[in-house]
Design a protein around this ligand. Structure first.
Ligand SMILES: Cc1ncc(C[n+]2csc(CCOP(=O)(O)OP(=O)(O)O)c2C)c(N)n1
Length: 341
């Protein structure tokens, strides 16, 4: 039985709305989503080889949220995230080689081999950090927004959270404080309906998450999380609000993860969700539907797509080779960054 059906209208509303958009930008959004998809698929393909010394939480199916959102941010804007980090890190411009080194526990990983997949960071592009504690990054992003406000910096903080984060105490505290201080922060909630294997209906009373957030006195919207253009516009509005001193925004984006909560492959067969539900969402795959949309608008064709695919795979395979050839951490560095008095 399908518990959580797709309720968006796809890209239909967008036919005829592209006038203000640069064509290269529209194609770039597709390339960025495809790149994340291909990287995730390669990680998944290799995961069983046990060379990656890290748990993984794939974002296959959730590419449009990271890409649409990050395309509205400047490099200086800060992005925080949770355990499901790959798409956020890559869309914000994080270095792929440093990410794969981190996942292979190599010394030149972006967190010096100490973090793994759930602790990706690249300060050079504003990928400010992630927390594996559900809700952990929300008050940190809120604090970073307060710092920007106090220092008079034109800088927005964005934090990606899952639906389960809205059940954490810090979520309420962060929304309250952001509303009180009119902070330049965006809370981006990817609502994929499940917390590990617990459906939303067993965790929260019937309600719409974005309305719950609005009750704190901040702007709050819901957008189609499979539609990169909807996500982009909502984020652009939120960014403009933050920069103009209008305060925080909560964005709820319903999406679906096509794979298990963690690890490779799907886990629908374990019974917590119906495979038919995943199959229905796969029909509105963010990468594929956007490709069809661009192709119909004459902005891309199959040959260009194939070329793009080949270029990306070249980059991905090279980055894996680089990671596998990188040095392991050394015993002498074991206590570096460890504090003890
Ligand atoms: C404070 C805390 N409680 C429990 C966990 C275990 N845990 C890890 S991920 C996860 C589910 C999070 O769901 P959601 O925030 O909706 O994100 P999603 O995994 O669906 O992307 C849980 C319960 C944790 N990491 N931290």
């Amino acid at each position: 039985m399908i518990k959580y059906a797709y309720s968006g209208s796809g890209l239909k509303d967008w036919e005829g709305r592209l006038a203000g958009y640069d064509k290269k930008f529209l194609v770039r959004l597709f390339r960025d989503m495809l790149r994340i998809r291909l990287i995730e698929e390669e990680i998944e393909r290799r995961y069983h080889q046990d060379q990656m010394k890290t748990p993984i939480h794939l974002v296959i199916g959730q590419e449009a949220t990271s890409v649409g959102c990050c395309a509205a941010l400047l490099k200086e804007d800060l992005l925080y995230s949770s355990h499901r980090t790959h798409g956020n890190y890559l869309a914000k411009g994080g270095d792929l080689k440093a990410m794969l080194c981190e996942m292979h526990c190599r010394i030149n990983g972006c967190a010096g081999s100490r973090g793994g997949s759930m602790h990706l960071i690249d300060k050079s592009v504003g990928m400010a950090g992630t927390s594996a504690i559900v809700g952990g990054a929300m008050p940190i992003a809120t604090g970073a927004a307060l710092a920007a406000q106090l220092q008079g910096l034109d800088r927005v903080s964005v934090v990606f959270i899952g639906d389960a984060t809205t059940e954490q105490g810090v979520a309420s505290e962060s929304l309250n404080f952001a509303a009180l201080k009119r902070l330049p922060v965006i809370f981006f909630c990817e609502n994929n309906f499940y917390s590990v294997q617990s459906p939303l209906a067993t965790r929260q009373p019937p309600r719409e998450i974005y309305k719950w957030a609005a009750s704190y006195g901040i702007a709050s919207v819901r957008v189609d999380g499979t539609n990169v253009l909807d996500v982009h516009e909502a984020t652009r509005e939120a960014v403009a609000r933050a920069r103009e001193g209008g305060g925080a925004t909560f964005i709820e984006a319903p999406v679906y993860r096509f794979r298990a909560h963690g690890g490779a492959g799907d886990d629908s067969h374990t019974g917590y969700r119906d495979p038919a539900e995943r199959e229905a969402w796969e029909k509105v795959c963010p990468v594929e539907t956007y490709y069809q949309f661009l192709a119909k608008a004459g902005l891309i064709d199959a040959t260009q797509r194939e070329r793009m695919h080949a270029e990306i795979m070249h980059e991905v395979l090279e980055a894996f080779d680089y990671a596998l050839a990188s040095p392991n951490p050394e015993e002498k560095d074991l206590y570096t960054h460890v504090y003890s008095d």
